[in-house]
Design a binder for this molecule. Sequence first.
Ligand SMILES: [Zn+2]
Length: 186
Amino acid sequence: MSEYRFHLEKYSCGSKTDCPNCGRKRCFVRYIDEQGTVRFPSSVGKCDHEQSCGYHYTPREYFRDNPEAVSNNDRRIERIFRQSVLHTRPASVEPSYIPDRIVRASLSHYDRNPLYRYLCGVFGADETARLFNLYRIGTSVKWGGSTVFWQTDETGKVRTGKIMLYNPVTGRRVKEPQARVSWAPA
Ligand SMILES: [Zn+2]
């Protein structure tokens, strides 16, 4: 689970609820799912009274206590999007980067992007567009239209892109007759 996907709800008038631990009014902030897939029960959140109450039930603890809360589909989608986050140790040599204009140019032609078309059927067009924008997932011309996961480092620079071909009907990766995986720039 990425930490940034689940975060405390930003304060807006009336968004705070009563703490399930100390019972005080409007001091409890709930966790929400940035992707809108998981709905947490009202006990998942944090009390403002850190000293006197200290109640803090995190999404990580919730998923640990309720492993069935993560559906298989959600886990698969989570895996798909996690590819765009690069976890690297600091490079000992100056790495090369992909120019931002190339990344930006790829964030289009989604009608030719098989994964995008599949996810539109699962989440709807608005949510799919939001996710692709959030994770900066693009379209490659390879194989007549495929999906590119730009791998971005801690400083926001793009090191490489993993290009993969998906079946637009099943949402599964194409592995026959061979796995369709490549790297950008090819
Ligand atoms: Zn409390």
